[in-house]
Ligand binder design. Structure first.
Ligand code: DOR
Ligand code: ZN
Ligand code: ZN
Length: 448
């Protein structure tokens, strides 16, 4: 038999260890992993020169924008950024224009993405106005629902406890997770009003409004409301020790909750506002050292389930204003997450095994992506080649993302994705996109 391609001289991360091997790819899947002599003939052979091979990363928290916000990012630029960052599957958040919150908006988004994607994309939906539509949204392929608690984005009244419980019951039955942005609207609004009234428009006012209590209150409320309901809540971008502890306690009591942290909440602190200014405005905000240490400890102790980039691209002009309240929140992250975390391996903050677990294995498990999340025969050939030794300086001007800014701009990192294969196809080679748009898969979560 002649397979599509064989990669030789790989150092692949297989079953928790690095193994010298060759990899045969056929029809978009991993056909065989073994010694070079055992490899079938191939149309194409690539010698990897002992480079590290990892399963493609799965970023469960990405704002790809497009449609009405295409000036900030579109499916092509966003997925080009993902491929360049070693990410082979992204899950797209629903706060778009229009908001993804119905079968129709989801279907339309899938249709547009199909011709413009360079990596696999799965889609979240916000809650529809009529909860009766939840089933058809999942049937259409939503990988999960997003619940934004800082203000109402979808059709669900987030002030209404019973409505939230009804939504949890409905989604629980369908088996997909609900990803939560846990900041309490009422407390946040009250804080904001007070600060605006006091004529505060600086970065510190934003931090005060988005207090630790704002996160904890939302986490506690949702954990209480879902206590008797069989539903999977996934808490996005945890930033505080107390918030994380509440999630950990729920886990200890056997609840099926999971959580995420982002590289920026791990690597930057509220002290950095002085240097970076309002560009660092993000929700939830950066915290101080003790909270950051708690997040690292959460990773070390295995309580943190996934790392997500929370890639939130904006036009540069939207990232500054006379008042912090007028600045768009968020920073891009697709092209920095892997190099930053590889650098943290060097600094003994995290192991390679933890990195693969948090950015590939566990995301696949949480979102039921059975064909992905590991280098195993039969799975989709989503894999990345990493030059673990290469040092480089992050240069935001070179991003494939339309958002050509980053708080990590100029940072020295060590570890660089040099090739990205998605479904067996080489998409990125030496930071260049080498595949045609529209060649990757739209993940239809509800069907697996
Ligand atoms: O920083 C953020 N950016 N937080 C959010 O909750 C939304 C996101 C965005 O869409 O820009
Ligand atoms: Zn969020
Ligand atoms: Zn987000």
């Amino acid at each position: 038999m002649i397979v599509d391609s064989v990669l030789t001289n790989a150092k692949a991360y297989l079953n928790n260890e690095i193994v010298d091997c060759s990899i045969a790819i056929e029809n978009g899947r991993l056909f065989k992993i073994g010694k070079e002599a055992q490899m079938p003939n191939a149309d194409e052979k690539t010698n990897l020169g002992n480079m590290l091979v990892l399963p493609g990363l799965i970023d469960v928290h990405v704002h790809l924008r497009d449609e009405g916000k295409a000036y900030e990012e579109d499916f092509y630029t966003g997925t080009a950024a993902a491929a360049t960052g070693g990410i082979t599957t992204v899950l797209d958040m629903p706060n778009n224009a229009p908001v993804t919150m119905s079968t129709e908006t989801l279907k339309n988004r899938m249709r547009i993405a199909e011709n413009r994607n360079l990596v696999n994309i799965g889609f979240y939906s916000e809650f529809p106005r009529d909860l009766g539509e939840v089933g058809s949204i999942v049937a259409q392929g939503a990988v999960g629902f997003k619940l934004f608690m800082a203000r109402q984005v979808g059709g669900l009244n987030i002030d209404d406890d019973e409505a939230l419980q009804e939504a949890f019951r409905k989604v629980g039955k369908l088996g997909v997770p609900i990803a939560v942005h846990a900041e309490d609207k009422a407390l946040l609004m009250a804080n904001e009003e007070r600060l605006k009234h006091a004529n505060r428009h600086d970065a510190d006012a934003f931090l005060k409004a988005h207090s630790e209590r704002v996160e904890l209150k939302a986490v506690e409320r949702l954990l209480a409301l879902s206590a008797q309901i069989d539903v999977r809540l996934h808490f996005c971008h945890m930033t505080t020790q107390k918030g994380l502890n509440a999630v950990v306690e729920a886990k200890k009591s056997g609840r099926t909750v999971t959580c995420e942290v982002t590289p920026h909440h791990l690597l930057l602190s509220n002290a950095d506002y002085e240097h970076y200014g309002l560009m660092l405005t993000i929700m939830p905000p950066l915290r101080g050292e003790s909270n950051i240490e708690a997040l690292w400890k959460g990773i070390a102790d295995g309580w943190v389930d996934v790392l997500g980039s929370d890639h939130a691209p904006h036009a540069l002009s939207e990232k500054s204003a006379g008042s912090v309240w007028d600045v768009k929140v968020g920073v891009p992250g697709l092209e920095t997450t892997l190099p930053l975390m590889l650098t943290m391996i060097r600094k003994n903050r995290i192991s390679l095994g933890q990195l693969v677990h948090l950015l590939s294995e566990k995301p696949a498990e949480l979102f039921n992506l059975k064909d992905r999340g590991g280098l195993e025969q039969g799975k989709k050939a989503d894999l990345i080649i990493v030059d673990f030794k290469r040092k480089f300086k992050i240069n935001a001007l070179k991003f494939h993302s339309k958002a050509k800014f980053s708080p990590f701009d100029g940072w020295e990192v060590q570890g660089c994705p040099v090739k990205t294969f998605v479904n067996g196809q080489l998409v990125m080679d030496e930071q260049e996109i080498v595949a045609k748009a529209g060649s990757c898969e739209i993940i239809r979560g509800g069907h697996t």
